[in-house]
Write a protein that binds this ligand. Structure first.
Ligand code: NAD
Length: 489
């Protein structure tokens, strides 16, 4: 397949928090992989900036280590590594202090794209934005990249947006949701809007319901104290799952352009109905003996608070009040310590209006399953005749499109979501980034749901580690005559 990659301009990318977990696990290895793929133009530079005192050589050694750990060895040849590390430098800087800013200002060049990745706690965004301006480091073409959590409720999200807006125009702000950088998620738009096949069926007349599942096998582990202040609703539903729901439910944008796409997503969020108490199940994983003999810690032991009421699991039924989706439930579930690690969107279609086959022929619904992980790809289950003699017997088979297989070598080298999104920042393309009003609308839907369970003192239901979640979550679908798809890795 001939590569038709849209080129990028040379750039200076400053990674604030360049010594942190996100930078060393995702951002820097991702940049290296794009460099290896020949996508980073000559003359581009990456400048790490964080509080630790170290020189360029020490930082390069740190970046080298991160690449060795997180990039496949077949991409780590000496010549490429050396060339990449030559483009890396470091400035010790305190977001709240004065040191380092003049040095950084002196490093910036006028004739290249300037981008600033805020890979630090959101409490520092305002300090960084203000200093970038007071030291004339940012110009009107500069871009800033900010990470989740983008607020913890509507009020804090508004304040964060207002803080950034004091120094940057909305067209300069790139709010990352790495789910939007996944190949399959973008393919969802291609499949919907570049084919005539699906769109005519994509509505309440033909779709029975939609299931969105993001299941993890890990518990909260070392992130316990952070996670306990957030919970599954804030950590997953308000951002990642909401974005997936938007891409499934939105109307066709008039063009594949940033604001055209984001306007349509915003309309979906605004059309979401409030969710009632009966349409939500929250859970917390229990402890238990492990096969190895050690005890598996429960959620409350993991976060070291026996009284914690934070959910490590949530399932809910959402409804979209518009013509297209009238009466079509969107069931969302996400949790930690579940049976398998998987992220999947399943669009489940209705029965044919009349069956010409024997009633005892097992009929199964057509399902378009969009897998985000593992093995990104799509799968459409269709009914066919079971092969061989013996009369007309029906069975369902998957029409499978695994991108890695379908696209050969290029497909097997699907870039990580972060690398794709960082390249989009340099290209100045905001399509796959959340706009401020989208984030606020998502919180406006989420806030009353959380407020209601806090007011009631709602206690999450226990579920066994590595199960499918609390029993009550099964009921959420059973009572509607439906069932969850199996959580399979
Ligand atoms: P981290 O604690 O590992 O790293 C924080 C970085 O910020 C370090 O480089 C530290 O030196 C720097 N820093 C702290 N205070 C500073 C100051 N006053 N001035 C300058 N630099 C300072 O955190 P992380 O996990 O890398 O996360 C960074 C941000 O990204 C956070 O907002 C986090 O919520 C978000 N995030 C992280 C992940 C992840 O996978 N780690 C995923 C999604 C979002």
């Amino acid at each position: 397949m001939v590569s038709r990659v849209i080129p990028v301009e040379p750039f200076d990318l400053v990674v604030f928090g360049g010594t942190g977990d996100l930078a060393t696990r995702k951002i820097l290895p991702g940049l290296y992989r794009r460099f290896w793929a020949g996508q980073i133009p000559e003359g581009s530079r990456i400048i790490g900036a964080a509080r630790s005192e170290m020189d360029d050589a020490a930082y390069r050694a740190m970046v080298h280590e991160a690449i060795a750990e997180f990039v496949a060895p077949d991409k780590c040849d000496k010549a490429t590594l050396t060339a990449f590390l030559d483009s890396v430098s470091y400035v010790p800087i305190d977001a709240r202090g004065t040191g380092g800013w003049q040095q950084l200002a002196g490093l910036m060049r006028d004739d290249v794209v300037r981008a600033f990745y805020f890979s630090v706690a959101p409490g520092l965004f305002g300090d960084l934005a203000q200093r970038l301006h007071s030291h004339a480091i940012a110009d009107p073409d500069s871009r800033i990249v900010v990470e989740k959590p983008f607020g913890r409720d509507l009020d804090s999200a508004r304040k964060l947006n207002a803080t950034l807006a004091e120094h940057f125009d909305e067209t300069q702000i790139y709010r990352i949701d790495h789910y939007l950088g996944k190949e399959t998620v973008q393919n969802l738009m291609a499949v919907r809007f570049a084919n005539i096949l699906f769109e005519p069926l994509w509505n309440a007349q033909y779709v029975d319901h939609v299931q969105i599942t993001v299941a993890e096998t890990v518990g909260v582990g070392g992130r316990g104290s952070y996670y306990d202040k957030s919970g599954a609703m804030r950590d997953m539903v308000q951002n990642h799952m909401m974005q997936l729901l938007c891409l499934i439910a939105m109307e066709p944008p008039y063009r594949f352009e940033p604001d055209a796409v984001r306007d349509e997503k915003l309309k979906v969020i605004r059309a979401l109905e409030p969710v009632g108490h009966d349409d939500i199940v929250r859970g917390q994983y229990r402890g238990g003996p492990r096969k190895s003999g050690d005890d598996e810690l429960s959620y409350t032991e993991d976060v070291e608070d026996p009284h914690s009421l934070t959910e490590s699991y949530i399932a809910l039924k959402a409804s979209i009040a518009n013509w297209r989706w009238q009466g079509v439930p969107f069931y969302l579930r996400t949790g930690k310590k579940l049976r398998a690690r998987t992220s999947e969107i399943a669009v489940v279609f209705k029965e044919p209006p009349h069956s010409i086959f024997d009633e005892d022929e097992a009929w199964r619904e057509n399902v378009l399953a969009i897998r985000l992980q593992p093995n990104e790809g799509m799968n459409l289950s269709v009914m066919i005749k079971e092969p061989g003699p013996g009369g007309m017997r029906l069975t369902d088979v998957p029409l499978d499109m695994s991108f890695a297989e379908a696209l050969g070598e290029d497909g097997a080298d699907i870039p990580d979501a972060y690398e794709r999104l960082i390249m989009d920042v340099i290209r100045g393309n905001q399509t796959l980034f959340m706009r401020g009003d989208e984030v606020e609308a998502a919180w406006a839907w989420t806030d009353p749901i959380i407020a209601a369970w806090e007011e009631r003192g709602d206690r999450p239901k226990g579920y066994d580690p590595y199960s499918s979640g609390p029993e009550d979550a099964l009921m959420l679908l059973h009572r509607d005559g439906r069932r969850w798809r199996e959580i399979r890795g």
